[in-house]
Ligand binder design. Structure first.
Ligand code: UDP
Length: 312
């Protein structure tokens, strides 16, 4: 039987590269597109010898030309950490809007199924807790995080418009905080930053009083949920994440224990519009995809720490 072909935009990024691995292991051909703004060749180097893998360096905000047949388009291109999207605000807005439009255009041209990597950031600083897919969110359009949040909200609206108007087969995954090997140590997120600081015996920088919460999902669980969603028929958004919630202060202490570091915790100013709470309601994923996370934080952190240890 002819292999299915999947195009992964942002395929050299943290999540994109894990997705490429999974798709190849499931018997797909993968065409990985990335402009390497925040993605890294290092993440996909091991795939270059694979005959089912192709990399094209490309900015997906421009017209995307793929000569072969395509069965799936998975749109993962975007700066995704708060530091990255504050550093590249226009690129973030462009890849979420123009890039989504081009990726949808490719899917329509090829009659492919389209999957959008959306985010828990569509809920903004949420007033409902935990966040279920029915919640419309609390986003500040003109705040610094607006460039990411609004781009992803636009991307969801555009995806639904292609579904409704062009009958395109579409999926939307709302991704909650995810961690694991291939995260950049310098991407500014709490998890790699704390590990980096702990390993270097530097102060751990907790923003605000650390009472804000997050819920961290290990990358293999997330990719598994996304793969199940892709093969499902579900058009409406589905949250994928781990509901195990922790305050950032508690999390910093957990990293100190795990790394046996002598670093001390220092408290810095809380960034503007930093969400106070975040926890996915994964009822829909449980029912529709028969999915739930399997890797707990202590297991996931151990593997992640090994990866970072090899890089410091
Ligand atoms: N944070 C922190 N210290 C850091 C980086 C982040 O205390 O060095 C906080 C940040 O303010 C937020 C939480 O940790 O409340 C998670 O931030 P992250 O950048 O990982 O991503 P977010 O979940 O906000 O998108």
């Amino acid at each position: 039987m002819k292999k299915k072909t999947a195009v992964v935009t942002g395929g050299a990024g943290f999540l994109g590269s894990h997705l490429c691995d999974r798709l190849i292991s499931e018997g797909f051909k993968v065409i990985c597109l990335d402009n390497l703004l925040t993605g890294r060749l290092e993440n996909i180097e091991h795939l270059f010898e694979n005959e089912n893998f192709q990399f094209i360096k490309l900015d997906v905000t421009n017209f995307i030309h793929v000569p072969s047949d395509v069965d799936y388009v998975l749109h993962f291109a975007s700066p995704a950490s708060p530091i990255d999207y504050l550093k590249f605000p226009i690129q973030t807005l462009k890849v979420g809007s123009l890039g989504t439009h081009k990726a949808l255009g490719l899917a329509k041209e090829k009659n492919a199924t389209f999957l959008l990597a959306s985010t828990s950031e569509v809920y903004g600083d949420p007033l409902i807790h935990p966040q279920s897919e029915e919640y419309w969110g609390n986003v500040n359009p003109v705040g610094p995080r607006g460039v990411y949040d609004e781009a992803k909200r636009f991307a969801e609206a555009m995806t639904m418009a292609y579904h409704r108007y062009h009958n395109l087969d579409t999926r939307i995954v709302r991704i909650f905080n995810t961690y694991g090997p291939r995260m950049r140590l310098d991407d500014g997120r709490a998890l790699p930053t704390f590990i980096d600081q702990a390993l270097k015996q530097q102060d751990i920088t907790v923003f605000g009083d650390g009472s804000q919460t997050r819920s961290f999902c290990y990358v293999s669980d997330l990719i598994d949920g996304i793969f199940k969603l892709l093969l499902s028929k579900e058009v409406m958004p589905v949250n994928i994440g781990n509901p195990d919630e922790i305050t950032i202060d508690e999390f910093a202490k957990e990293v100190l224990l795990l790394t046996k570091s002598k670093s001390k915790i220092v408290y810095k100013e809380l960034p503007i519009d930093d969400p106070k709470v975040r926890q996915p309601d994964i009822t829909r994923a449980r029912i529709l995809l028969k999915w739930e996370p399997k890797v707990n934080r202590s297991e996931g952190l151990k593997i992640t720490l090994e990866y970072f240890n090899g890089r410091i």
